[in-house]
Design a protein around this ligand. Structure first.
Ligand code: S3P
Length: 744
């Protein structure tokens, strides 16, 4: 027997594949091609399959008898139907197999582990249960395809007794066929497969049979459209194989079926009672879930999206221009709040101009998970069926906030006051961001919140706490902290007030009033008291000034530019970018100023200008907090030195925006000196090079804009998160003349 500790280096003796159907044949043929074994021997009851297997090069030779093939083998792969597998295990138990490793390809694992225990009197340590999640419409040895498992998952389900060397070798064999190997607990495997594979097959078979037997001449099928065909495709699978699988995975299938039956009964009751709200809830949730799954499935069949290489690169070429008129997508802050307050309102809120970016979608998903029916978004329209301040339901699992700090911080205030527990999680960037800034004051109000190490996500928020209103002097200027506490204040006994050290965006205060909830604002203090309600309303979300900012800088620095940005929100707590650019000499005018749904809006005209470096007034920092990455590009194009101070908050945004921008600017040949609370940038020529966005949407877009003045291409890594706030950035950039695109 070869040394299994070094499977990669040594050739093994004999592989025996029992069962030469599609899966067994494909495994045998693939492994034979790797040369890992001196010989590959097939076993099959069918003489014709044995003959063909040799003729087609699937195996080196065949045996009709199990004993003849298996004695002296190194690895025995069982690829017979799953109920037959139980019998084969009993036969193997009677043979002298030495150190041979046994593995299998069965679709259920619990029954085989039980069968092995029974046959051998104990769980053999060299039995490695496995399941390749792959298949094909074809069957039989003639369909054997050595590439069948390439980029497909293979789940191995070792048990406590399983020998690690045997497990490693079986994993190595599958990887040699380019499969993605995972380990899973036996029971978990059977539950997952029962829900995602076995139950759908059962439903497809039942639906077709049920319709067919009631319509003997099968006339109804003449009218069946594509939907029926798609839904019932799997009813064309091998009946014998599925008969075996349902019996083998009996317990898990029954559990999945019972859960499904409960949901079906609830749906039936909703139809009987004319409960359209329930129907809409099920259908909208299912549709979103389906879109999410198809993204994962489309990437590659059955393969975890996490394994894919997600370094989206933007290639920005010099020589672009900026002209025309555009409307950038809806305001992110207002979009988040429209869902939160719409969900907590009584009645149906209609939203227009909603930002269909991943951050705002994470907020929608969180409220859907808590039982709110939300239709859309479709072309910026969202309909939120409010459940009232006390109508949220416990979500089934953790709420995933993706990249969105706003979702996590604002929601934590709301959730601290709910009767149920919640856990909030996020992506790698969000998981590094500070949450004590909300957890600490919420605890003072009586909330029970656990954070990860150093106050980072995940947050676990215990329900059923009685919050008490308080006054809070915020140590930092943060609209997220202010909003979080005001939202908690809707539930806390008495009054909750927050004083900010400098003005921050006031969308929460404005929108609460828009929903008829009284908010008192005196100077730097905003105050709410509990006991009022929110009444559904209509919301028109203006275009996001933070997204418009990229184009304001672009038009300012590009030669001969003139751009009109339509319908941009110019809430005075957000217009720091306009003030700063004007101080630098920017040519920006506001046209057609108006008020839409409680928020001021204007069309913004920007022309090229000769920018000069300035000392940025510190009081403008919170009013332009998200726009600094692109303002640094403006500074790099300006004559002289620009100094930013009092902006340490930039170090805890989606990335450390001071360091990441300084690194990128230096790579492009710009003199940029980071300081603890800001940066000093000396204007001058911009070269080309490779820069990293560190998953920060605003860094990626800022360096795209820099290309307008660069002397060579700029390659920007890690740009996928542009979709969090500005999903059509590349299309709009191209429309105005900026030469940036995804690298193919
Ligand atoms: C936001 C507030 C700001 C801002 C963020 C959105 C909001 O964060 O940077 O993009 O919607 O309240 P801070 O409150 O942390 O400054």
């Amino acid at each position: 027997m070869a040394d299994l500790k070094h499977p990669r280096e040594a050739q093994l003796g004999r592989l025996v594949v029992v069962g030469l159907g599609l899966i067994g044949g494909s495994f045998a043929k693939g492994i034979r091609a790797t040369g890992l074994f001196r010989e590959v021997v097939g076993v099959d009851l069918d003489a014709e399959s044995r003959r063909l297997a040799v003729e087609l090069g699937v195996v080196d030779r065949c045996e009709a008898e199990l004993a003849a093939a298996c004695q002296g083998a190194d690895v025995i792969q069982l690829a017979v139907p799953i109920l037959v597998m139980e019998k084969v295990l009993a036969q193997l138990a009677k043979l002298e197999l030495g150190q041979a490793i046994i593995t299998d390809v069965g679709s259920a694992k619990g029954n085989l582990v039980r069968a092995a225990r029974q046959a051998f009197g104990h769980m053999p340590s060299r039995f490695v249960p496995g399941h390749p999640i792959a298949g094909s419409e074809q069957s039989g040895v003639t369909a054997a395809n050595p590439k069948l498992f390439r980029r497909h998952k293979v789940i191995l389900t070792p048990v406590a007794e399983t020998d690690p060397d045997a497990l490693a070798l079986v994993g190595h064999l599958w990887r040699a066929l380019d499969a993605d190997v995972e380990h899973m607990d036996v029971a978990h495997h059977d539950q997952v497969l029962a829900a995602t594979s076995h139950l759908p097959h059962l439903l497809a078979y039942t639906l077709v049979d049920s319709l067919a037997k009631r319509n003997e001449n099968l006339e109804i099928f003449r009218y069946a459209a594509g939907g029926f065909r798609d839904f019932t495709r799997i009813a064309g699978s091998d009946p014998l194989m599925w008969h075996d699988i349902f019996l083998a995975n009996r317990d898990a299938v029954l559990q999945a079926l019972d859960d499904f039956r409960d949901d079906l009964d609830a749906l039936r009751a909703a139809v009987v009672e004319g409960d359209g709200h329930h129907l809409l809830g099920v259908f909208t949730r299912a549709r979103v879930a389906r879109e999410h799954f198809s993204k994962i499935l489309a990437r590659r069949a059955y393969v975890d999206a996490m394994h894919s290489n997600n370094d989206l690169i933007f290639l920005a070429q010099p020589g672009g221009s900026v002209n025309g008129r555009i409307r950038v997508p809806g305001d992110k802050s207002i979009s988040h709040r429209s869902i939160m307050l719409g969900s907590l309102a009584d009645g149906v809120t209609e939203v227009q101009g909603f930002l269909e970016g991943e951050d705002a979608l994470a907020t929608i998903q969180a409220f859907r998970d808590m039982g709110v029916v939300i239709e859309g978004p479709h072309k910026g329209r969202v309909t939120v069926h409010g459940v009232g301040l006390h109508g949220l339901k416990a979500p089934a699992g953790p709420l995933y906030m993706g990249n969105s700090g706003t979702s996590m911080r604002l929601l934590s205030g709301l959730l601290a006051a709910q009767p149920f527990d919640t856990t909030l999680t996020g992506d790698a960037s969000l998981s590094k961001r500070p949450m004590n800034r909300v957890a600490k004051p919420l605890r003072e109000m009586g909330a029970v919140i656990e954070t990860g190490p150093e106050g980072r996500p995940p947050l676990t928020i215990r329900g059923g706490q009685k919050l008490v209103g308080m006054h809070y002097d915020m140590p930092m200027a943060s609209a997220q902290v202010k909003s979080c506490l005001l939202l908690a204040g809707l539930y806390a006994a008495g009054e909750t007030s927050v004083t900010e050290p400098a003005p921050t965006r006031d969308h929460t205060e404005r929108m609460l009033r828009g929903f008829g909830y009284p908010v008192e604002v005196k100077g730097a203090t905003a105050k709410v008291e509990s006991g009022h309600t929110l009444t559904a309303t209509q919301i028109e979300v203006p275009a996001d000034i933070s997204s418009a900012a990229f184009f304001m800088v672009a038009a300012s620095i590009a030669e001969g530019a003139e751009l009109l940005l339509e319908h941009v929100g110019i809430n005075p707590t957000r217009t720091g970018v306009i003030d700063i650019l004007r101080l630098m000499g920017g040519d920006i005018s506001l046209e057609n100023q108006r008020e839409v749904g409680g928020e001021p809006v204007a069309d913004i005209r920007v022309r090229s200008a000769k920018l000069k470096g300035i000392d940025i007034p510190e009081d403008l920092v919170p009013l332009a907090i998200d726009e600094f990455p692109v303002l640094f590009i403006a500074a790099a194009c300006a004559e002289g030195r620009t100094v930013l101070r009092g902006a340490e908050e930039l170090r805890v945004k989606e990335s450390d925006r001071i360091q990441v921008m300084a690194d990128g600017l230096q790579t492009l040949g710009v003199k940029a000196e980071p300081t603890p609370d800001g940066i000093i940038i000396h204007g001058g020529p911009i070269g080309g090079g490779e820069v990293w966005a560190h998953g920060d949407h605003r860094i990626a877009m800022s360096f795209s804009v820099a290309s307008l003045r660069a002397t060579a291409p700029i390659r920007i890594h890690d740009c996928a998160n542009v979709a969090t706030s500005f999903p059509n950035f590349l299309a709009l950039a191209e429309q105005v003349g900026i030469r940036v695109a995804k690298e193919s």
